[in-house]
Write a protein that binds this ligand. Structure first.
Ligand SMILES: NC(=O)c1ccc[n+]([C@@H]2O[C@H](COP(=O)([O-])OP(=O)(O)OC[C@H]3O[C@@H](n4cnc5c(N)ncnc54)[C@H](O)[C@@H]3O)[C@@H](O)[C@H]2O)c1
Length: 405
C-alpha cells in the first residue's frame, strides 16, 4: 500500500516533530489535537523547526512555505478521513491510548494503518482495542524526532506482514532508519540502554569510581556523553519508568541500583528540574547530596569487581545476546540501532562488533566472573555459551555474533 497522506494524533513534544518530519518528506499531514489552542501551538512548533533550517541556510523561506502548506491541524477526526496512516503520540497512559485507538478505529477508513509512538506500552494491547489489530503497529521515533534517524518498527502479535512492510517503506520514505523489533518490554534500544546505565550506578555506589570518572571513561571510549550525564539529559523520571516496565517483564535482573532509587526519591530528575546526578543550577556552589547518598550506600557494599568500561558494556552485550536468542531483531540491526539510537561510538562498529572484537569466549568468561560476584543480572545468555561451543569466537574466527570476510 502506498501512503499518500498521513495523520498525527497528539501534537506535543513528539507529535509536532513527527508531523514536521512527514511534511519535510513531501507528504501531506494532518495533526489532531484536543483543542484549537494546542493545535496552533503544534503548528507554531513545526514552523519553528523549519525556521531554524532557514536561519542555518539549509532551506529558503519559499521552501519553508511550501512545506508548511503540506501541514494542517484539526481538533476533529473528520479531517482524518483520507489518511493512509495515523500515528498516535498522546501521553504515555495505556487507558488514554486505548481510548484514542478505539476512536481512530471508529473514525478512520478501515484500510488505514494505526501506529503508536509509544516508548514502552504493548502494541498487542493497543491492537486489541480496535477491530483491525492486523493494521496496528508501533512506530517509535526517538527524541528529537526531526534529528534522530532511528525508528523502531514494532509489530504486535496480530500485526500483518503487509502492515510491517508498509510501515518500513513509509519510514524509509521519511529518510529515516527503520529497524524491525518484535514486541518485547523496552523494545530494543531501551532494553539495551537501561542495563548499561544502571550498571554505571552500581559501579558508583560500590565506590569503584566517582560519577565523573565513570562518565569520563565512557566518553574516552567514544560515547558522546557519559551514563550519568545521559540519564540527567533523558530525565531520571523517564528512565525510572522504563526500568519499571523492564523489571515487571524480565524480573529482578533489571532492578534499579539503590543510587537510582535514592536520587529518584529526592525528585532530582536531571537537567529538566535543575539537578539530577549532577547539579545544573548555576547559583549552587557545591551540592553534596549525591556524595552523601553514596557515603550512605557504600558501607553495605564494596567493589567485588572494580569499575571498568567493560563491565558496563558487557551488561549491554548480554542483553543484546538475549534479544538475538528471542528473535527480537536481526544481529546487524542491533548494531545499527545502538549506533543511531544510543550514540554507541561509530568507530567501534556497534555493541556486537565490540563483543566480537573482544571474543565471545572472553565475553563468556567475564560474564561468568561477574555473575559469580553479582548474580543473575550477569548470567550469560545461553546463546553465548553455544557460540563458544560452536567455535564462533568473534573476529578471530571470522564468525561471532556477526560474520566477517
Ligand atoms: N518525549 C520523548 O522524549 C519521547 C520519545 C519517544 C517517544 N515518546 C512517546 O511519545 C508519546 C507522546 O509523548 P510526548 O512527550 O510528545 O507527550 P506530550 O505530553 O508532550 O504530548 C502529548 C499531546 O497529546 C495531546 N492529546 C492528548 N489526548 C489527545 C487526543 N485524544 N487527541 C489528540 N491529542 C491528544 C495532548 O494535548 C498533548 O499535546 C508518548 O507515548 C511517549 O512515550 C516520547
Amino acid at each position: 500500500m502506498f501512503i499518500y497522506k498521513a495523520a498525527v494524533v497528539g501534537g506535543g513534544a513528539m507529535g509536532a516533530e513527527i508531523a514536521q518530519v512527514i511534511s519535510y518528506s513531501g507528504l501531506p499531514v494532518v495533526l489532531k489535537e484536543v483543542n484549537e489552542e494546542l493545535a496552533q501551538k503544534a503548528l507554531s512548533k513545526i514552523r519553528k523547526i523549519y525556521q531554524q533550517r532557514v536561519e542555518k541556510g539549509k532551506m529558503t523561506p519559499q521552501e519553508l512555505e511550501s512545506k508548511m502548506a503540506l501541514v494542517s491541524v484539526t481538533t476533529d477526526y473528520a479531517a482524518l478521513k483520507e489518511v493512509d496512516i495515523a500515528i498516535e503520540a498522546v501521553p504515555e497512559k495505556m487507558d488514554l491510548k486505548k481510548k484514542v485507538f478505539a476512536e481512530m478505529d471508529r473514525m478512520l477508513p478501515e484500510q488505514t494503518i494505526l501506529a503508536s509512538n509509544t516508548s514502552a506500552l504493548s502494541i498487542s494491547a493497543l491492537g486489541a482495542a480496535t477491530k483491525r489489530p492486523e493494521k496496528v503497529i508501533g512506530i517509535h521515533f526517538f527524541y528529537p524526532a526531526h534529528v534522530m534517524k532511528l525508528i523502531e518498527v514494532i509489530p504486535g502479535l496480530a500485526t500483518s506482514e503487509d502492515t510491517v512492510a508498509d510501515s518500513i517503506a513509509f519510514c524509509e520514505g521519511l529518510r529515516k532508519l527503520p529497524v524491525r523489533v518484535n514486541e518485547c518490554a523496552g523494545f530494543l534500544v531501551n532494553r539495551l540502554l537501561m542495563p548499561y546505565l544502571n550498571e554505571a550506578a552500581f559501579c558508583a555506589q560500590e565506590g569503584g569510581a566517582t560519577l565523573k570518572e565513570i562518565d569520563e571513561t565512557m566518553v574516552a571510549f567514544g560515547f558522546p556523553m557519559g551514563p550519568f550525564t545521559l540519564v540527567d539529559a533523558l530525565g531520571l523520571d523517564v528512565c525510572y519508568d522504563v526500568v519499571g516496565v523492564l523489571l515487571e517483564e524480565y524480573g529482578s535482573r533489571m532492578a534499579p541500583a539503590s543510587l537510582w532509587d535514592e536520587v529518584h526519591r529526592l525528585k532530582r530528575f536531571g537537567v529538566k528540574n535543575g539537578a539530577g546526578f549532577y547539579n545544573y543550577n548555576s547559583d549552587v556552589q557545591s551540592d553534596k547530596t549525591v556524595d552523601d547518598i553514596l557515603k550512605k550506600l557504600k558501607p553495605t557494599m564494596g567493589p567485588k569487581i572494580p569499575f571498568s568500561q567493560e563491565r558496563l558494556l558487557l551488561a549491554m552485550v548480554n542483553e543484546a545476546a538475549l534479544c538475538i536468542q528471542e528473535k527480537i531483531t536481526a544481529p546487524s540491526d542491533i548494531d545499527l540501532a545502538v549506533l543511531a539510537g544510543i550514540g554507541f561510538p561509530q568507530t567501534r562498529g556497534g555493541v556486537l562488533q565490540y563483543a566480537d572484537e573482544l571474543g565471545t569466549d572472553v565475553v563468556l568468561q567475564k560474564l561468568l566472573e561477574l555473575s559469580k560476584a553479582y548474580g543473575e543480572r550477569f548470567f550469560p545468555a545461553p546463546l553465548i555459551r553455544r557460540m563458544v561451543l560452536a567455535g564462533f569466537l568473534g573476529k578471530k574466527t571470522k564468525r561471532g555474533f556477526l560474520e566477517y570476510a
